[in-house]
Design a protein around this ligand. Structure first.
Ligand SMILES: *[C@@H]1O[C@H](CO)[C@@H](O)[C@H](O)[C@H]1NC(C)=O
Ligand SMILES: *[C@@H]1O[C@H](CO)[C@@H](O)[C@H](O)[C@H]1NC(C)=O
Length: 445
């Protein structure tokens, strides 16, 4: 079978028409592949070129010397001046994206691609799904095209608390003698309509504001017995809680709770998330909401809602935040009695790929260079727990938690993670709070 002689190809494509004359008389029709022979192919300019007689009709992905070498006639098109990809010819310096990496057509007509680790890594997805890890991985389309570094920089955004804050007094919840906690619990079943769905932080590294607003929303709703059910505004925190906080570049949980207690925030409807694109230059959007004291620690807004279609600019506040012990029973009891809690979490490269099941950090990237094994600090809302027996007979205990990567990620925006072993630090810094609810809040609305 005839195969494109690569030397000839390069000579021809570099020298163009000049080479044609020299090659007259070298017609070797008998050596060219007859009919359509898809395996009569050769890598060429980062793509595959075909050298069979089918090329007599189509030019898109055929070897450039097919015409003169096989048929002895000049090609019916000018010599290729660039690189080929996906049946298209790109000029020198032309580019295309291969997931998160940009490929550029070089002077020598070869593609050269960046070699960044991507957030969605098909090899990692395959390795996780073939391993017996208790969870499934997939391609979350919003992450396609991002680098792993961008995922760590833009999709998390909680600053690990200082050791002083880490050592914050824990409240010891004591289980009564003989008290048995249920094997499964879900906040949305105990408090229907009072547990809010996950929001999407987009490329804003503001999980500190999203998880705080999410836990506060549920707790205000639960503690007001459903008289108030606001979705509280992460943007209010991102833009206005600026003391030692960095908005969409990260922030602290203790600072966020201080703000919710002393200043309060309005609803997400009143002060919607404005989102911020990655690498967007310039200052953060200015704060568009302020509050003033109105006696007894309560506050009221001094500005209209940034969303001009909304009139209700009620300010919601909480009581001082408290830290729970790291024992899973204490966290469970608090969750069952008072509602969802906030948890710090160390996010590793494989977590972005989570599609369902009971997550634990896998070793699939262990053999790869350091830059493929990245992690960053995040925070989430824990909403319940349960147990599941896997096909192999193992029983896994888990937490259910809400993330802030929108409803299309994971299990409808939620995930389950192994419980009781401080997986990814999820039991190391867990916070609860009470909604600030006065008698007057219970009356009207
Ligand atoms: C190539 O195509 C032309 C026009 O359709 C045809 O006349 C010619 O015989 C073909 N050559 C070969 C080698 O099949
Ligand atoms: C992942 O999803 C994106 C967006 O939907 C798609 O363009 C891409 O081809 C997918 N990649 C894989 C490997 O499935």
């Amino acid at each position: 079978m005839w195969r494109c002689p690569l030397g000839l190809l390069l000579l021809l494509s570099l020298a163009g028409h000049v080479a044609l004359g020299a090659k007259q008389g070298r017609v070797r029709q008998d050596l060219c592949c007859r009919g359509r022979a898809d395996d009569c192919a050769l890598p060429y300019l980062g793509a595959i070129c075909y050298c069979d007689l089918f090329c007599n009709r189509t030019v898109s992905d055929c070897c450039p010397d097919f015409w003169d070498f096989c048929l002895g006639v000049p090609p019916p098109f000018p010599p290729i001046q660039g690189c080929m990809h996906g049946g298209r010819i790109y000029p020198v310096l032309g580019t295309y994206w291969d997931n998160c990496n940009r490929c550029t057509c070089q002077e020598n007509r070869q593609w050269q691609c960046d070699q960044e680790p991507c957030l969605v890594d098909p090899d990692m997805i395959k390795a996780i799904n073939q391993g017996n890890y208790g969870w499934q991985a997939g391609n979350h389309s919003a992450f396609w095209g991002m680098t792993l570094d961008e995922g760590i920089r833009y999709r998390l955004g909680t600053i690990r608390p200082s050791s002083l804050v880490m050592n914050m007094h824990e409240i010891y919840t004591v289980l009564n003698p003989g008290e048995v906690l249920p094997t499964a619990f879900e906040a949305s079943e105990k408090w229907p309509n009072l547990i809010h769905e996950p929001l999407d932080q987009g490329n804003c590294a503001g999980s500190w504001a999203f998880s705080t607003a999410a836990v506060a929303s549920d707790r205000v709703s639960i503690h007001s017995l459903g008289h108030m059910t606001p979705v509280l505004s992460p943007q209010n925190l991102l833009s206005c809680d600026t003391h030692q906080q960095q908005g969409c570049r990260g922030g602290r949980l203790d600072g966020a709770w201080w703000f919710l207690r002393r200043r309060g925030v309005v609803s997400d409807h009143c002060y919607p998330f404005s989102g911020r694109e990655r690498d967007e230059a310039g200052p953060a959007p200015p704060c568009m909401m302020h509050s003033r004291a109105m006696g007894r620690g309560k506050r009221q807004a001094t500005a209209r809602c940034p969303n001009s279609h909304v009139n209700n600019n009620d300010i919601y506040q909480v009581t001082p935040v408290y830290r729970l012990g790291s024992n899973d029973k204490e966290i469970m009891k608090e969750l069952m009695e008072n509602g969802p809690v906030q948890a710090l979490m160390e996010v590793h490269e494989d977590f972005f790929l989570y599609k369902g099941g009971i997550y634990s950090h896998t070793p699939v990237s262990l053999g790869r260079p350091e830059r493929y094994r990245r992690h960053g600090t995040h925070s989430v809302k824990i909403t319940g727990w349960g147990e599941e027996t896997l096909p192999d007979g193992r029983t896994l205990k888990y937490w259910t938690a809400a993330n802030s990567w929108g409803p299309a990620w994971g299990e409808r925006g939620h995930f389950r993670i192994v419980r009781g072993v401080n997986e990814c630090d999820i039991e190391s810094f867990v916070l609860g709070v009470w909604g600030r609810v006065g008698m007057e809040d219970m009356g009207h609305h």
